[in-house]
Design a binder for this molecule. Sequence first.
Ligand SMILES: [Zn+2]
Length: 436
Amino acid sequence: MAVLQLQKDLDKLSRSAKLADAVEDVDNIIDLLTAARERVAAANDPHTTCLTLTKLQNPIKEELDGLNRDLNQVYKAWNEFNKSLKTAFSKDTLPTEHDPMEPHSALINRAIAMHLLREGQFGVASTFINELQPSSETLPTFQSRTQMSPSTSTFHPSSSRSQPPTDTLITDADIPSDLTAFQSQALQSSFADMYSILSALKAQNLLPAINWARENHVELEARGSNLEFELCKLQFIWLFKGSSVNGLPDSQENGVLGALKYGRATFNRFQHRHLHEIQQLACALVYSPNLAESPYGPVFDISAAFEDVASSFTREFCSLLGLSAESPLYVAATAGALALPVLAKYTSLAKAKGTEWTTTDELAFETPLPKSMMYHSIFVCPVSRGQTTESNPPVILPCGHVLARESLQKLAKGSRYKCPYCPSEGIVKDAKEIIL
Ligand SMILES: [Zn+2]
């Protein structure tokens, strides 16, 4: 409920708090002053100067009053929204002993810069990175800058606390050169390309994405990606369904005829890998008047197809740049927002009972995250019932059964073992480590 109310308040804020009105007032004042200056300069006599200045007084006062009125409205709306923010997020600090991210502001800055670039906010990213560069002896840190801003301080709820010992991998001092790298023209133009291709996809224009996939088809194929074919297939269906989907009149270039022409020109190159799907698309031509009832109906249902190709395009594009498909900042903030209530509840309960959280690398409770946010698969050894770790990784036996390495070593007699789950036997060194 709080979220709904917050959304309402945000809508209200964006309706009423228009700085543009205030800017217009200021522009008007500047226009009045400039005109007056020109008049004074042109006439070049004391009488005109006096007259012009006197005439200026009232309009300027009116404009200034208007400016104050407009600004007051903005302030009022901001204050109201701040109140609703406070109501919606009543806990301003988490009841934890220390904030593990506190010494890692450099990493957070990096994630923010990357996120802005991914979103195509190049100007904002550039300002952000510039402001982080050390301008004098003292290195500005993210915490000190963001304390002024209520919207970003949520990432650092405990920034005012005392510093914990810094035993960190990356410190602020390591980052400046790293962050400047984000300003490289190459990276920015890569993201600009991604952004413009995604915008085209949103408008159901597949051609820029198809061109990109064709240019990069060697790398994509090496990754086992079907992106280029999926895009071309969707283009075929989009043409095939014609005016009802794309609004273009049926012609030699659109509708069933257009699709046929497109397929003939394009699908040749995909025959070795996608023959079956191409056959389906071709056979559907026979059913074109009654496609939905035909066996090919589901193939031609493209209600979610543009979103699907957009997300696989983003994934492939980012992976060719060596990046994850989702913005790490988005994932971390969303996962945090989902998991924080449980953490807060756990900590207050633990405090009340006087118990402590003793495990270091493990959460003492389950977090309600969706599958898409689970990155580290875990494996529990069926023999020892313990979770595998980096030092005790899961291993797969030639028979296909998997257990923890230590369990296998305990089971083994000398260099030989007998699988605990099937009759097969073998040599310990044939067991291969599995990387999850
Ligand atoms: Zn076995």
